[in-house]
Design a protein around this ligand. Structure first.
Ligand code: BG6
Length: 477
C-alpha cells in the first residue's frame, strides 16, 4: 500500500466535507499504513500550523474522538503553491517522494488537472509506482476530455490513473453487481424478452446554491448524467463480466456506453425534457430559484433532465431506459426500477388484466438502501369468491451495517492500486460522445428549458419519465 497522499485542492469543499472525514475514519479503523502521511497542497498562504487549525475546525463536528483527529493533523503537512503553474509545483514538491510511495489526488477543477500533472512529473512524483487520482468532471465535452486524457497520458500510464466517480464507491451501487451476478433468478430474466423498461432516478432536494459558477457551465446533464447516472446504467445493462478484474469489468461497461443510441434533433423533443427550478418550498422551507442573473452571458443550463435512452444491442433492443435527475425536487431518492413484462396469459378478474401491476424490482440506493421485488399475490383473507390480487413487495432491507462514506472505499482502493471501481479514459470519452449528441440535438431543435417549482417533481412534461412508483417510494407526484 502507498504511504503518502498528496492532496491538491486541500482547502476546497470536497476535501473538507468528504476527503478528510474519510481519511479520519480510515485512520480510526486502522486501515491506513503505519507511516501514512498527508501532504495538503493548495494556493492559500497557510503554513502547517495555520492549515492544521483550519482543518481541525472543519473536522470538529465529526464524532471520532479528539485523539484520532489530533493524529490525523499530526500526520498532515501543508504546502502552498499556485496550482496553475507546473514549474512552481515541480520546484516546490521536488524531494517529497524520496523514500515514499505517493498517490496524488486532484480535488480541483478540471482546468488544473494538466498543469498539476505536469508539475508532478517535473518533481519526479509520477514515476512508477506513483498514482494519480482525479475527480470528475473530466472535461465538459468529448474534445476537452480527450485533450485532458491525452495530456495526462503523456505524464503517466493509464493503469496508474484513477478517475473517481464517487457513486461507484457507494456500497449500494456495488450491491447492484451482487444482485445481478449472484442470483440465478435475475440472470434468467435480465433480458428484453422479460423486461419492459428500466427507470433510473436520481432526485435531490439540494439546490446549486454556492456552486452557481461551476453549475452554469455544466447543468444536470453534464454534472450528473455523464457520470453517475451512466455508471448506474452500465451496471444494470452490461453483459456479465467473466471476472471482477478491472479491465474485464470496464470492457463490459464500455460496450454499453458505445451501444447507446445517439440523440437526434428530430426526436429529441419527444425523448427528453429539460427543466430549471424556480422559487418554492423544499421540506417546508422557502428556497430561491436557480437565478439566471448568476449565469449571464453563458448558454442556459438545466437543473433537471429526463431522457429516454435506447441501448442498441441484442440484450436491450426495444427496452426504454428512462433516466431522470434533478435538483430541488420533492424528495431525495436514488433508485432503479426494473419493470417486467406482463404474464403471457391472465386468469383473474380482480384486477382485470389491463389493471394488473407488472412485477417490478425496485433497487433503492438512497436515502435508505433496500431492494423490493413486487409480486402479485392474493393475501387478502379467507373469504370465498374470486381471488383478488394485489402487488406486494418482497422486501430485502439491508442489515444496518456501519455506513461508510463512498470516498473511504475509493481512497483505500487507490492507495492499494485496485482500479476496478474507477473510470477508464475510454469510458469517459464514450460517455461524452453520447452526451454531446444530446447537447447538439437540443441546440438544433431549440429544446426549451421548462420552469418547475422547487419542491415539485419537475416540469409537468416530465411526468412520463418518472416511474409510477408506490407511494412510499415517491411521495405525492
Ligand atoms: C456530485 C454532483 O458529483 O454528486 C452534485 O456534482 C451532486 O451536483 C452530487 O449533488 C450528488 O452526490 P450524492 O452522493 O449526494 O448523491
Amino acid at each position: 500500500m502507498h504511504d503518502t497522499l498528496l492532496l491538491f485542492g486541500a482547502t476546497g469543499d470536497l476535501a473538507a466535507r468528504q476527503l478528510f472525514p474519510s481519511l479520519l475514519h480510515l485512520l480510526r479503523d486502522r486501515l491506513l499504513p503505519e507511516d501514512f502521511r498527508i501532504v495538503a497542497v493548495a494556493r492559500h498562504a497557510y503554513d502547517d500550523e495555520a492549515f492544521r487549525a483550519w482543518l481541525g475546525e472543519r473536522l470538529a463536528g465529526i464524532e471520532n474522538g479528539a485523539e484520532v483527529r489530533a493524529e490525523l493533523l499530526r500526520r498532515t503537512e501543508y504546502v502552498a503553491v499556485d496550482l496553475s503553474q507546473p514549474e512552481a509545483i515541480a520546484q516546490t514538491l521536488r524531494g517529497y517522494a524520496d523514500g515514499h510511495r505517493c498517490v496524488s489526488y486532484l480535488a480541483t477543477p478540471p482546468y488544473l488537472f494538466v498543469p498539476i500533472a505536469q508539475g508532478l512529473k517535473g518533481a519526479g512524483l509520477l514515476e512508477e509506482p506513483s498514482r494519480l487520482v482525479l475527480e470528475k468532471p473530466i472535461g465538459s465535452d468529448l474534445e476537452s476530455a480527450r485533450a485532458i486524457n491525452a495530456a495526462l497520458g503523456a505524464c503517466l500510464g493509464e493503469d496508474r490513473i484513477f478517475r473517481i466517480d464517487h457513486y461507484l464507491g457507494k456500497a449500494a451501487v456495488q450491491n447492484l453487481l451482487a444482485l445481478r451476478f449472484g442470483n440465478t433468478l435475475l440472470e434468467a430474466v435480465w433480458h428484453h424478452r422479460w423486461i419492459e423498461s428500466v427507470d433510473i432516478l436520481v432526485a435531490e432536494t439540494a439546490g446549486v446554491d454556492g456552486r452557481e459558477s461551476y453549475y452554469a457551465d455544466y447543468g444536470a446533464l453534464r454534472d450528473m448524467v455523464q457520470n453517475h447516472v451512466l455508471q448506474l446504467l452500465c451496471l444494470i445493462a452490461m453483459e456479465p463480466p467473466a471476472s471482477l478484474d478491472a479491465a474485464v469489468l470496464r470492457d463490459e461497461k464500455l460496450k454499453v456506453l458505445r451501444a447507446l443510441r445517439p440523440f437526434r434533433a428530430d426526436s429529441v423533443l419527444a425523448d427528453s425534457v429539460r427543466g430549471r427550478y424556480e422559487a418554492g418550498l423544499v421540506d417546508g422551507e422557502p428556497v430561491r430559484g436557480f437565478s439566471l442573473q448568476a449565469v449571464q452571458g453563458r448558454e442556459p443550463v438545466e437543473t433537471f433532465v429526463a431522457l429516454r435512452a435506447s441501448i442498441d444491442n441484442w440484450r436491450w433492443a426495444g427496452v426504454p431506459f428512462r433516466l431522470c435527475t434533478g435538483k430541488r425536487l420533492a424528495e431525495r431518492v436514488t433508485q432503479v426500477v426494473v419493470t417486467f413484462r406482463p404474464t403471457s396469459h391472465w386468469l383473474f378478474e380482480k384486477p382485470r388484466r389491463e389493471r394488473a401491476t407488472p412485477n417490478r424490482l425496485v433497487l433503492r440506493l438512497q436515502p435508505q438502501e433496500n431492494v423490493e421485488l413486487e409480486l402479485m399475490s392474493s393475501l387478502a383473507g379467507p373469504e370465498w369468491g374470486a381471488l383478488e390480487l394485489q402487488a406486494l413487495p418482497l422486501d430485502l432491507s439491508m442489515p444496518t451495517v456501519q455506513r461508510r462514506i463512498a470516498y473511504e472505499r475509493l481512497l483505500l482502493d487507490a492507495l492499494n492500486g485496485n482500479s476496478t471501481l474507477f473510470v477508464r479514459s475510454d469510458e469517459v470519452e464514450a460517455a461524452w460522445t453520447w452526451i454531446d449528441s444530446i447537447i447538439a440535438a437540443w441546440r438544433e431543435a431549440e429544446t426549451p428549458i421548462l420552469p418547475y417549482m422547487a419542491g415539485s417533481w419537475g416540469p409537468a412534461a416530465a411526468a412520463n419519465f418518472l416511474p409510477q412508483a408506490p407511494a412510499r417510494t415517491l411521495g405525492a407526484q
